[in-house]
Design a protein around this ligand. Structure first.
Ligand SMILES: *[C@@H]1O[C@H](CO)[C@@H](O)[C@H](O)[C@H]1NC(C)=O
Ligand SMILES: *[C@@H]1O[C@H](CO)[C@@H](O)[C@H](O)[C@H]1NC(C)=O
Ligand SMILES: *[C@@H]1O[C@H](CO)[C@@H](O)[C@H](O)[C@H]1NC(C)=O
Ligand SMILES: *[C@@H]1O[C@H](CO)[C@@H](O)[C@H](O)[C@H]1NC(C)=O
Ligand SMILES: *[C@@H]1O[C@H](CO)[C@@H](O)[C@H](O)[C@H]1NC(C)=O
Ligand SMILES: *[C@@H]1O[C@H](CO)[C@@H](O)[C@H](O)[C@H]1NC(C)=O
Ligand SMILES: *[C@@H]1O[C@H](CO)[C@@H](O)[C@H](O)[C@H]1NC(C)=O
Ligand SMILES: *[C@@H]1O[C@H](CO)[C@@H](O)[C@H](O)[C@H]1NC(C)=O
Ligand SMILES: *[C@@H]1O[C@H](CO)[C@@H](O)[C@H](O)[C@H]1NC(C)=O
Length: 355
């Protein structure tokens, strides 16, 4: 291949770069309802007087925002939506647009004409692109129902009045052991017809990990901020209200109130509670059996006294040796008689719950 062939793509690249730089706009950013600056970047190297210039800004090549005509402001051509919203900074050749709206985002042109005896001659044009941002409000967590349960709850998180649209919203659970869990939810986005600002909310059933008394819940919103930076907003912490769910009693908190930080309750977890119930039942059975055996033996003793006979009594269940889950309790009596009560109230598996 000849050298001409290799040169071809190189020239195209250079041309593309030139085209690209020519098309690149000045970037301008403003917050919603605040003042935007629309630059013109006119150096005025010829030291032309404002009296011989026509300076104006237009939006999307249609609407005129502002006109400075031969030394005087001229509002005859200004679109109604920009009336009383602009001010021209003659030192920096910048137009300030007050109370910026989302609708105001887009391409602006600053155009300068020189009035010559022969007519108007265009001497300068600068395009700029305006982006408008609105900070979302701090996300707020609200409990959706009074339905109680230790395993989780239905939560909704909402934020609003933001722009551009949020990228992500989720619940973040921070556990005692500093583990963090994320829960997405059903996302709802609505846009105000007038301001074009977004409201966003997510609803989700947020499950709690087992045996976690201190769970802190946050709601996180991820969005884009100025200069294309990622921006993250977090709600105030929302605490899982342990007592509220365990006791079911006391004053109910309204759905809109935030739960305050609290010392984790020292309730025994559910498995321990059942262990205690088993223990109490077992002790009762053992005691009852012991008492029963004692009374029975006493009666026998009396019978023995009547019959003048010594005998050994034994009470035994048939499947004694076969069943795994059983408990034998030997009660020794002072008079050398051994009474064996075989108690099988619960399996050993249940007894393992003691730990
Ligand atoms: C815009 O700002 C003005 C005060 O500068 C305020 O009165 C007005 O409520 C704001 N509008 C919106 C939509 O935030
Ligand atoms: C520009 O022109 C003004 C009068 O129109 C004059 O006072 C000023 O000195 C000039 N400045 C320069 C840098 O030539
Ligand atoms: C928006 O949030 C940023 C970052 O916190 C802050 O610097 C800026 O002042 C906020 N702007 C408005 C209008 O609240
Ligand atoms: C929760 O219960 C209270 C009273 O019991 C009631 O006023 C409130 O509306 C309920 N909230 C929800 C979200 O159901
Ligand atoms: C959460 O919401 C779902 C669906 O609405 C419902 O079936 C469930 O009972 C709720 N659970 C709690 C703990 O509120
Ligand atoms: C923290 O606790 C959770 C729930 O019990 C468990 O799944 C997780 O592995 C624990 N993380 C660490 C680092 O111990
Ligand atoms: C957005 O939220 C605000 C405040 O909660 C509310 O006043 C407004 O009506 C909502 N707008 C939309 C479009 O849902
Ligand atoms: C917004 O506009 C849509 C369609 O243009 C309409 O259905 C809706 O009712 C409007 N909402 C409000 C709050 O005006
Ligand atoms: C809950 O745990 C967090 C750390 O995950 C800790 O900062 C906080 O003090 C704990 N709260 C209570 C009431 O123990």
């Amino acid at each position: 291949m000849g050298p001409e062939c290799t040169m071809g793509p190189g020239i195209i690249l250079v041309l593309m770069a030139l085209l690209h730089s020519g098309a690149a706009f000045l970037k301008s950013e403003a917050y919603f309802n605040e003042t935007a600056a629309l630059p013109c970047q006119f150096s005025n190297s010829q030291n032309l007087s404002l009296n011989e210039l026509v300076i104006f800004w237009q939006y999307q090549q249609k609407l005129v925002l502002y006109e400075f005509y031969l030394g005087r402001e001229n509002f005859n051509n200004v679109a109604p939506s920009y009336m009383y919203r602009t001010s021209f900074d003659q030192n920096s050749w910048t137009l300030r647009l007050h109370r910026a709206q989302i609708k105001d985002k887009g391409i602006y042109q600053c155009i300068i004409h020189h009035k010559k005896p022969t007519g108007l001659v265009s001497i300068h044009q600068k395009d700029s692109e305006l982006s408008v941002f609105a900070n979302f409000t701090e996300p707020e967590i609200v409990q959706m129902s009074n339905v109680t349960g230790n395993s989780g709850m239905n939560l909704t998180c909402s934020s609003g009045q933001g722009y551009p649209q949020a990228m992500k919203m989720y619940f973040l659970l921070k556990l005692e052991n500093s583990t963090e869990l994320e829960y997405d939810g059903v996302m709802q986005i609505s846009q105000d017809n007038d301001t074009e600002l977004y409201n966003i909310s997510i609803s989700s059933y947020v499950p709690f990990p087992d045996d976690m008394s201190n769970v802190t819940i946050f709601c996180v919103l991820k969005t884009k901020s100025m200069r294309s930076k990622d921006w993250q907003l977090s709600s105030k912490p929302f605490y899982k209200d342990q007592d509220h769910y365990q006791t079911h009693l006391g004053k109910r908190k309204t759905a809109h109130s935030k739960h305050l930080a609290r010392v984790p309750s020292h309730h025994l977890p559910a498995t321990h509670q059942s262990s205690w119930i088993i223990a109490v039942v077992l002790i009762s059975v053992i005691f009852g059996c012991g008492l029963g055996c004692f009374l029975w033996k006493k009666k026998k003793k009396q019978q023995a006294v009547v019959s003048h006979k010594r005998e050994t009594t034994r009470m035994e269940k048939e499947n004694n040796e076969e069943t795994e889950g059983r408990m034998n309790i030997h009660i020794s009596e002072r008079n050398d008689k051994e009474v064996q009560c075989v108690v099988q109230p619960y399996s050993l598996k249940m007894l393992h719950g003691f730990d």
